[in-house]
Design a protein around this ligand. Sequence first.
Ligand SMILES: Nc1ncnc2c1ncn2[C@@H]1O[C@H](COP(=O)(O)OP(=O)(O)O)[C@@H](O)[C@H]1O
Ligand SMILES: [Mg+2]
Length: 312
Amino acid sequence: MTSPTTGADPVIRVSDLQKHYGETRAVDGVTFEVAAGSVFGLLGPNGAGKTTTVEVLEGLRTPNSGEVRVLGVDVIRHPDALKPRIGVSLQNAALYPKLTVVEVLDLFRSFYPTGRPTDELVALMDLSEKRTTRTQDLSGGQRQRLSVALALVNDPELVFLDEPTTGMDPAARRSLWDVVLGLKSEGRSVLLTTHYMEEAEVLCDRIAIMDHGRILEEGTVDELISRRFHERAVRFDAIDGLSDEQLAAMPGVASLKHEDGEVLLYTGDVPATIGAVLDASEALGMEPANLGVRKPTLEDVFLDLTGRALRD
Ligand SMILES: Nc1ncnc2c1ncn2[C@@H]1O[C@H](COP(=O)(O)OP(=O)(O)O)[C@@H](O)[C@H]1O
Ligand SMILES: [Mg+2]
């Protein structure tokens, strides 16, 4: 990196961003900040406005209103000042179909005064066997990997990855996760969009949940979950002879439900509830089968926020 970002200045500062396409409010008042050296995720379903937001931040689209500072640059006024310092992996990158992997990497690198060697990027993105393959003959996952490699040619301090693992098999997805965590460990900042809960949970220091052009909630995974769900669920296979009244009176239990032959006890005190379940079943000469604790996930947060599931 040529000029590492230091101190507490956020690398991205977006304030009340609006981008409309005719009647469609693709981005409808979005505000957030991304701290230097962190991975920030925009999580939301198709059509949420993630790509539009990212493209404004990259200086590729002019918003209707709002303020956008990226690496201290006012992107709306000076998009060209930003471009050499960021890396961009577009969701549907046009990749010069007739050029090979190595040729397209060399071409992109020639746009910049300095950069990372092509061989290093080929190895990093696991494309060694495809060096001389034309981009039109790559699989979807290989194109995605090339697109990420292209985002890194100029050794950027801030990298934008728009749905980087869509179309990848699980192994490729995991190796891309390692690349993202590697960028972070080098002190770079990453803004990524995804509709995969697990990806957001694994990679992101902070997450903004987006839907219909708005950010519904922002925070760390733990914050997002604990803001909404104060209880965990203790679960076990239903036991004949344990009444709902008895279960509801157990210490910590706030509510309960039955689901597919299981009892779910929502509790603010997991150990006390488990202790009471064990005591009560022992009194009946039983042992609770499949006893476990279910922690709420980001999926539960999304469902609670929108009334819909965000399916992987
Ligand atoms: N160039 C465009 N012209 C018109 N509508 C668009 C354009 N790009 C995106 N949209 C609309 O804006 C909304 C947000 O799209 P997008 O930012 O691509 O969402 P996401 O990346 O979260 O799937 C969608 O309703 C989409 O149809
Ligand atoms: Mg998109």
